[in-house]
Structure formats: structure tokens, C-alpha cells
Design a protein around this ligand. Structure first.
Ligand SMILES: [Zn+2]
Length: 416
């Protein structure tokens, strides 16, 4: 894989002294944390997978390529330390040309209370830019040209994104500041409502607000991609209507396949596609489950892919696996119940003492609890397994190249 060529072994913050200059934690291994997923390919199919990964632009539309501590008890302290480690080693083996890195804001970074804070977002971004500034494998992806050069030079383009516009509060100009710091994708709302519109956890969705309209226009002018993954349905439809450019749903699945509010209904998916937008298929634990594969794994994720391609067309589907390096199920346990049902929170026990969130479409179906998503466990393995699945199911090269990166390149060309 071409992206491995330039990586020379850099580890996050290795220009400082761990334990002296910063609080250090024993981190999860970036490879081999779980057994490899075996799709049983023959030698010819394996060669085809390797060749496709090497010669294609491969883009993850949504991930958190951060390495978490081995011990979940340390997750909160790790976040509070305000120094997220990027999994460069795992990424170098992933086949990825570019990764939309959505940081870890809104999950109780630095302060212990969960929520979105401007200061913490800027701290997180600056810290990550500092780390990237001390190595020469990954670059900050700000343009389509950056992604193309990363592909040609065997580097990785890290594209910064924010899952929610909440940290801008009521200041449109903060979008300019985010753009200046390299952010190229911003979500309208993360599950709870903000000044722009409603999130998917709200019982009532009043649609895109007047301030939300101003932000959509500003993001169109700046060249920031709008993400609707955690927006409410009405807000999502209003945003697609208001935006002069295509919008993204960077990480979600189809509600027709799995009926949780975290999944998108057909009308939102179709409106997104009709305006030229792209859906990235999600794979965070217990999210894109399917009735045919209720124990979340690559096969359940691909059930959402098949449905989305059927509904939206092959030109409008990509992948946003939403993975981390480390125990993602434990991460949801530690920081839950912040994510909505379906992304987040481990499946709710039948007689939960906790008050359930109010899903807008009735009680969501219960996913079978899994310790990790087989085949989509971390940012290092997901795309090799996706390509293997597509090769095994006889997709032509042209279609595979579209869904693993080509469609994203096309839409970014229009948005950025
Ligand atoms: Zn998300």
C-alpha cells in the first residue's frame, strides 16, 4: 500500500518527554488488538484488493483516528489531559489516502463535563496541529489538491472536521476561524439542538433556524462541507434545501434497514443524493446493525451499503466508519449516554434503571451486544476489509473506486 511508504515510525508527541513534559498513559496497540477478520479470499482476489488499495484514492469520510489508553478507567483522565494521540502507525497500514478526523470534542475534553466548548475545540485543534507539525508523514488536508498529492507521495491527508457547530455559539465569524485552522467539515447539530437547528435526539424538530441559514450560507462561501449525521430529520431536509452546494452525511445508515433515530430516513437520503451529496456508511459499535446481521459486524454495515446504493445510486455512497484505536464499546460505556440510541450507548438493558432518551420514532430495535465490530474495529483495518468484501462480491473496479474515495473527491471538488 502506497501510504505505508513515507511512514518512518513517528509516535505522537515524541518530541517531548513522556511522564516529565506530559502525563502519559499506556495506550492500546494500533494493530492486532482483535483477531484479523478473515473474508477467505483466493490469491487472485487478494492481489486485486492490494492493487486497488495501492492505486486508488481511499478516503474515510468520518473517523476518530485517536489511540485510547489500554485501561478504560483512564479514558476520562486521558481526555482531560488534552493531548490526544494520533494512530500514525495504524493509519500507515490502512491503505487510506485521507481521513476525516473529527477530533474528540463534545465528549468532556479537558473539563469533566460533557458538552461542546469553543476553548477546548481550539485547544484540541492547536495541539493536533502541533503534533502534525513535528512529523513528515501526514499532512493537513485543506484542498482536493492536498489529497491528490498525498496519494502521489505516499502520505496521509488528515482533514479536520467537527461533528457539531455548537462551539461557535452565536458567532458566524467563528466559522472563518475554524476554516483558518484547517477545519473543512462541520456538523449542523450533534444530537441535541443548538442555535442552528435540532439534533436527532430532540422530540421536536423546528428545522433550520435563521441563524442556521446564515451559517449554511457562510459555510458555502468559505468552502466548509456541511455534515447532517447528527441533525434531526426536518433540520436535515431544510439544510439540503438551503445549501447552494451538496451536503454530506458523513456517518450514518438507513433507517429502513435499522429503525433508530441515528439512521436516516429515505427522504433525507434521497434529497441528499438529488443535490449531489454523499452518504458515508457508519460502523461505530451497535449503530448500523441489520435484521439479517443483528450482531454488529462488517456484514451488517454492508447491508446498509447495499440499501443505500439501491436508493441513492453508486455515485452517492461512501464510507465513514467512525472508529478509534482502542476499546470503542468501553468508550461508549465511559462517556455514555451522550450519543443517541444506535451510536453510542451500548444496547439498553431490558429493565434499565436509567431514563431512556426520547427517540422521535418510537422505541428503537435492540442490537445484540458485541465486544467490538468484527471487520470494522479500527481505522487501520476497515478499508482493507471493505475492499475485500466488494471484491468478493464481484464489484467492478470502477464502482469500488467510487465508493472508497472517488465519490468524495468529486463532491469535495464542488464544496471546497
Ligand atoms: Zn458522530
Amino acid at each position: 500500500m502506497s501510504t505505508a511508504r513515507r511512514y518512518a515510525g513517528y509516535r505522537s508527541y515524541s518530541y517531548l518527554r513522556p511522564g516529565i513534559d506530559y502525563e502519559s498513559f499506556r495506550l492500546a496497540p494500533e494493530t492486532g488488538r482483535q483477531p484479523a477478520y478473515d473474508l477467505v479470499l483466493d490469491a487472485g482476489q487478494r492481489r486485486r484488493v492490494e492493487s486497488l488499495l495501492a492505486r486508488s484514492i481511499v478516503i474515510s469520510l468520518h473517523d476518530h483516528p485517536v489511540v485510547y489508553p489500554l485501561r478504560p478507567e483512564e479514558f476520562r483522565a486521558y481526555n482531560r489531559a488534552g493531548r490526544q494521540h494520533t494512530g500514525f502507525e495504524g493509519l500507515a497500514r490502512s491503505g487510506l489516502t485521507a481521513v476525516f478526523d473529527n477530533l474528540m470534542d463534545g465528549e468532556g475534553m479537558i473539563t469533566s463535563s460533557a458538552g461542546w466548548k469553543w476553548d477546548e475545540t481550539i485547544h484540541d485543534l492547536g495541539m493536533r496541529l502541533c503534533d502534525l507539525g513535528h512529523q513528515d508523514y501526514a499532512i493537513v488536508g485543506r484542498t482536493v489538491g492536498d489529497i491528490v498529492s498525498a496519494h502521489q507521495e505516499g502520505r496521509l491527508a488528515v482533514v479536520f472536521g467537527l461533528e457539531s457547530a455548537t462551539p461557535i455559539e452565536n458567532e458566524v465569524d467563528r466559522l472563518d476561524v475554524l476554516y483558518g485552522l484547517g477545519v473543512r467539515q462541520v456538523g449542523i447539530a450533534y444530537s441535541e439542538a443548538n442555535a442552528l437547528g435540532a439534533g436527532l435526539k430532540e422530540a421536536r424538530d423546528g428545522g433550520l433556524t435563521r441563524f442556521g441559514h446564515r451559517c449554511v450560507e457562510r459555510m458555502n462561501r468559505l468552502g466548509i462541507a456541511i455534515d447532517l449525521s447528527h441533525a434531526g430529520d426536518r433540520t436535515a431536509l431544510d439544510t439540503i434545501e438551503a445549501s447552494s452546494k451538496p451536503v454530506l452525511i458523513t456517518h450514518a445508515g438507513a433507517r429502513a434497514v435499522w429503525g433508530t433515530p441515528r439512521m436516516k430516513p429515505d427522504d433525507v437520503l434521497m434529497a441528499c443524493a438529488e443535490r449531489g451529496g454523499v452518504l458515508g456508511i457508519e460502523a461505530a459499535p451497535h449503530s448500523t446493525v441489520s435484521p439479517a446481521h443483528p450482531a454488529h459486524c462488517l456484514e451488517s454495515v454492508m447491508d446498509h451499503f447495499l440499501y443505500a446504493v439501491d436508493l441513492m445510486g453508486i455515485d452517492h455512497v461512501a464510507f465513514g466508519p467512525d472508529t478509534i484505536f482502542g476499546d470503542h464499546v468501553a468508550l461508549h460505556r465511559v462517556f455514555g449516554p451522550a450519543p443517541g440510541p444506535g451510536e453510542g450507548a451500548a444496547p439498553r438493558p431490558a429493565a434499565s434503571p436509567r431514563q431512556p432518551e426520547t427517540p422521535p420514532t418510537g422505541a428503537p430495535p435492540a442490537a445484540q451486544p458485541v465486544p467490538y465490530v468484527a471487520g470494522m474495529e479500527n481505522p487501520g483495518e476497515s478499508f482493507a476489509n471493505i475492499v475485500s468484501w466488494l471484491v468478493l462480491h464481484d464489484y467492478p473496479d470502477e464502482d469500488i473506486q467510487k465508493v472508497i474515495g472517488g465519490n468524495v473527491v468529486r463532491v469535495l471538488g464542488e464544496i471546497w
